[in-house]
Design a protein around this ligand. Sequence first.
Ligand SMILES: *Cc1c(COP(=O)(O)O)cnc(C)c1O
Length: 431
Amino acid sequence: MLYHNLSVNDHGHLAIAGMDACELAATYGTPLYVLDEDLVRSKCRTYVQAMRACLPEGSMPLFASKALCFRGIYPVIEEEGMGADVVSAGEIATALSAGFPAERICFHGSNKTDDEIAYGIASGVGCFVVDNLDELRSLSREAQARNVVQRVLLRVTVGLDPHTLAAINTGKVDSQFGVPIETGQALRFVRQALSTPGVEVMGFHSHIGSQIFEATSFCDQVDRLLDFAVAVRDDLGFVANVFNLGGGFAVPYVDGDPNVDIAANIQAIAQHLANGCAQHGYPMPRILMEPGRSIVADAGTTLYTAGRIKTIEGYRSYVMVDGGMTDNPRYALYKSAYTVLNASRMNEPADFACTIAGRCCESGDRIAEDICIARPERGDVLAVLTTGAYNYSMSSNYNRVMRPALVMLHDGEARLAVRRQSIDDLLALEL
Ligand SMILES: *Cc1c(COP(=O)(O)O)cnc(C)c1O
């Protein structure tokens, strides 16, 4: 099986962290998001321990809230010693309402409104990642109005696209996020920030992408960020205390995808940075990372009930499920591959070729195309693996389909963390 927390029990059913998927489906209904909290915790620990072991004190992973934002996740990441990165007032409010410490929150976003900036400052978030000059001005105004000095990181783009040849690709210079180094704008951004009242520049932030398998991409990023920091020091005399390297570690979605060794990667990045710093006589900065997907993706499984099964003669068979793009838009958005199992028939051969379609009036509503699962009957429980990241957080009410419930598994017990949306919830906003 793709992950070690999955097994087959005596009923021939899929078990997630030892719990029968069909029983979970019967108890809580489908579609259902299932999150193995213990696996999330072990991922957090891997990051925290690896970073503590080889990076300066104060280095820390921040959970990228956008991957999976609901109240129940925050006590888990807090207890495991992580911070949180957020991109909106909504994410800040969710974290704070769960008791998450504001000083461990890092506030991102390329288009924060003035209201959000004010809310972030008033909430006492530890750090703003300032995306652009215009935001810097707004932040300065709001901070001064409240008589605070807000700590900030400045977001720069290093001109690296890890999904193409790393060599001379400048694709990512052209981005709506951050300020490019290559055009000289980033240096001017820093110069301006250093003389802006109400802000204290701690260092730099850069994020090169997502679902990245190779440590070399991160090492290239570190090289470019360090070169930039050295240029800033030489020109402006400013030495950064913090580098935030963003997120992006990949997870396997289907058999054959490589498994990224998180600890080994962190070690390689740390070693690379230490060498570079020694070479340039630059003091080793504290490192922040922002893993999202690699913390929660593989801990999540979505359970559906198989509905109508339709064979178009000479073409293919469709198995339709009671959810789809409303709870998992990633196939519709990016044609993302997923592993699908017939959780009700784990001991039967997976020899039924089919396409898993959702329930929306949209021909792109698919979960997986041309895969093989054990031949289902209507009522079987289908499990889609690796749905912990960018599923619940990207879900919608398209077709007025209601959002699923989310249960967390911990120490052999299931706990409802998000209840299923109701018709009353759907109508609540409408006058
Ligand atoms: C999306 C994002 C992350 C998280 O990326 P993952 O691939 O989920 O680890 C972290 N930082 C920033 C700035 C992002 O945009």
